[in-house]
Design a protein around this ligand. Structure first.
Ligand SMILES: CC(C)(COP(=O)(O)OP(=O)(O)OC[C@H]1O[C@@H](n2cnc3c(N)ncnc32)[C@H](O)[C@@H]1OP(=O)(O)O)[C@@H](O)C(=O)NCCC(=O)NCCS
Length: 144
């Protein structure tokens, strides 16, 4: 399995994973969020994909916050349902953390995530900041 930056040609496979994991999420909105990586936006997200035998099996994104560019948001962490509970999600988060730490021009201080699966992140060292941050989502952080 290889972790690498997403390419425009990966968008279709990324959207298929989003569709199976988040069937209620507006497809057009998801498409715009992924396409943002290939835009000229100042606060562009970077999406990383996990590829196995030329198939995208997981992906996740990050960008640095407008408020403090040493704080990074991690989002859209999704593993294809067929590949779950095999360690792919954990390896993906470790890869994202490594890339965030290697970001040029800024010394990353903290990662923030908002999640419905806090136990997945707890086992990776994140701690809970708020309960019911946004409906059923919980805000968590990791100090770097
Ligand atoms: C959450 C998710 C990314 C985990 O990916 P994964 O590849 O299955 O995770 P791992 O195999 O690395 O899991 C490592 C540990 O995290 C915990 N964990 C993983 N998924 C979990 C879940 N859905 N609920 C609770 N704990 C979970 C378990 O302790 C697991 O260890 P175990 O399998 O030995 O019990 C994946 O289930 C997913 O894509 N879910 C749908 C989208 C989502 O909820 N994304 C996260 C929100 S940002």
């Amino acid at each position: 399995m290889e972790f690498r930056k997403a390419k425009e040609k990966d968008i279709f496979q990324i959207l298929e994973i989003i569709k199976s994991n988040n069937p209620k999420y507006a497809k057009q909105m998801a498409l715009m969020e992924i396409q943002e990586m290939f835009s000229k936006s100042l606060c562009k997200p970077i999406y990383i994909v996990a590829e196995e035998k030329k198939k995208i099996i997981a992906f996740g994104g990050f960008n640095s916050s407008w408020l403090d560019n040493a704080i990074f948001n991690v989002f859209w962490v999704n593993v294809n349902p067929k590949y779950r509970r095999g360690g792919v999600g954990s390896m993906l988060i470790c890869d994202l953390i490594k890339r965030i730490k290697e970001t040029k021009d800024v010394k990353a201080k903290m990662i923030l995530i908002s999640t419905k699966t806090p136990s997945f992140y707890k086992h990776l060292g994140f701690r809970q900041i708020t309960l019911r941050y946004d409906n059923e989502y919980i805000l968590m952080s990791l100090n770097l």
